[in-house]
Design a protein around this ligand. Structure first.
Ligand code: S3P
Length: 180
């Protein structure tokens, strides 16, 4: 029996570490499926009128995680939406459980080296403002791996183009949701 049997799959959720391509791939998938695209980080920023770095600096990581959790609960009422999630969101089991109620959960995976290459020039991720970002990426990935692996589908995005990854995800989504 398939892992999604008995579930009402109407949305698609992308999980995975920072820099694995969730937003780029998510936009492409949303275009292909003619779904709406939603990015949890962007929505949190838009609603609070602050950047994620500001939320971390002023209120701390737990406050950010609470906003994430609150948003995930709201997502249960969405339909035909591609949801790109922040890299730490699935570490809270309640978030993953909630997403699985209505979405096919797909994890994008890359090696720490590739992730580092992708994020090294960017400064908007507070968790990577570290003297040794590669070591931080490795450490966080080790802790998060068991959570990411609870996705319905795991796709290595390291050696594939955005288009190829999107195609694979769309195929999986069509099978899981019964969409032709
Ligand atoms: C985080 C990832 C970020 C953002 C925040 C924390 C994490 O999202 O939610 O900086 O804990 O991995 P992206 O994965 O979209 O960069």
């Amino acid at each position: 029996m398939s892992v999604t049997a008995g579930r009402n799959i109407v949305n698609l959720a992308l999980i995975g570490f920072m820099g694995t391509g969730k937003s780029s791939v998510g936009h492409t998938i949303a275009d292909q499926l003619r779904f709406e695209f939603l990015d949890t980080d962007h929505l949190i920023e838009a609603r609070s009128g602050r950047t994620i770095s500001d939320i971390f600096a002023q209120n701390g990581e737990p406050a950010f995680r609470a906003l994430e959790c609150q948003l995930v609960e709201e997502l249960a009422s969405r339909k035909q939406t591609v949801i790109a999630t922040g890299g730490g969101l699935p570490v809270n089991p309640a978030n993953l459980d909630s997403l699985k109620q209505h979405a096919l959960v797909v994890c994008l995976w890359s090696s720490p080296e590739k992730i580092f290459e992708r994020v090294r020039e960017q400064s908007h991720r507070p968790l990577l403002n570290d003297p040794d970002p590669l070591a931080k990426i490795r450490a966080l990935l080790t802790v998060r791996e068991p959570f990411y692996k609870q996705a319905d589908v795991l796709i290595n995005s390291e050696f594939r183009s955005i288009r190829e990854v999107a195609q694979q995800v769309v195929l999986q989504f069509r099978m899981a949701s019964g969409q032709k």
